[in-house]
Ligand binder design. Structure first.
Ligand SMILES: C[S@@+](CC[C@H](N)C(=O)[O-])C[C@H]1O[C@@H](n2cnc3c(N)ncnc32)[C@H](O)[C@@H]1O
Length: 224
């Protein structure tokens, strides 16, 4: 079984080829897309900020970020080329394409994000840690630590297990109806897991579900 269903690239590519690039990143396209921009603005994103979207997929959030940010300031990485291509080709307007150099979107493994020789003001990973085991989250944070400016902010979502006894069995999240697991995708975590993973390089703040339609919880990491 894949530790992360998105690592089965052929299956993602098949779904995208059938025209399902929106569903392939979880659907609720408009709602979750707009929510991402709203949340990032609420923690300080400005038009002049630079932003790295980790697991940008088919640009559900990217469309809104590109429209909001100054030209050239949005960057994205993903393991699935099919999603990035569908996002760029099918979801961006002509005006948006002019604001987003194609090389700002890169297919990478192992969270490589140093190819632009750039440090960012902000980073975001929406519905990404929800698909990953903890070691991958640790690796992602380690890479991000190098690519964010001091004081830079990273916003991520996760499915929350409210207490230790609730970690082990499958957990049904009433809002959204998703069942998550301790050891397979989609994963749930304790907030304390992120407190542990973020030491000592990050300050961490629990933001709650912020009306996420599937009750994913938002965390703000600030690079010390
Ligand atoms: C549920 S989708 C969310 C996409 C996007 N963040 C959004 O909100 O629409 C999860 C995304 O994470 C990407 N992903 C999964 N594992 C990854 C990894 N190890 N490195 C980069 N991207 C990854 C998937 O290919 C997919 O595009």
């Amino acid at each position: 079984m894949a530790k992360n269903t998105y690592e089965i690239e052929s299956s993602v590519a098949r779904s995208v080829a059938q025209g399902n690039h929106r569903e392939a990143v979880g659907g609720l396209w408009q709602h979750i897309g707009e929510l991402q921009l709203e949340v990032l603005k609420s923690i300080g994103l400005k038009k002049s900020s630079t932003l790295l979207d980790v697991g940008c997929g088919s640009l559900r959030g990217g469309c809104h970020f590109v429209e909001y940010l100054e030209p050239g300031n949005y960057f994205g990485i993903d393991i699935n080329e099919s999603l990035i291509n569908a996002g760029y080709d099918k979801e961006l307007t002509t005006a948006a394409k002019q604001k987003l150099p194609r090389e700002n979107l890169q297919v990478t493994k192992d969270f490589r994000m140093d190819m632009w020789n750039k440090q960012f003001d902000f980073a975001v990973a929406i519905s990404v840690f929800t698909h990953m085991p903890m070691n991958d989250i640790r690796l992602c944070l380690a890479q991000l630590e190098k690519q964010l400016l001091p004081g830079g902010k990273f916003c991520a979502t996760f499915f929350e297990a409210p207490s230790k006894p609730q970690l082990t069995p499958p957990l049904l999240h009433a809002k959204g109806g998703i069942t998550t697991f301790a050891n397979k995708d989609p994963y749930h975590y304790l907030f304390e897991d992120f407190v542990y993973l973020s030491q000592p390089e990050w300050q961490i703040r629990y933001l709650g579900d912020l009306d996420h339609p599937r009750s994913q919880k938002f965390i703000e990491f600030t690079k010390k």
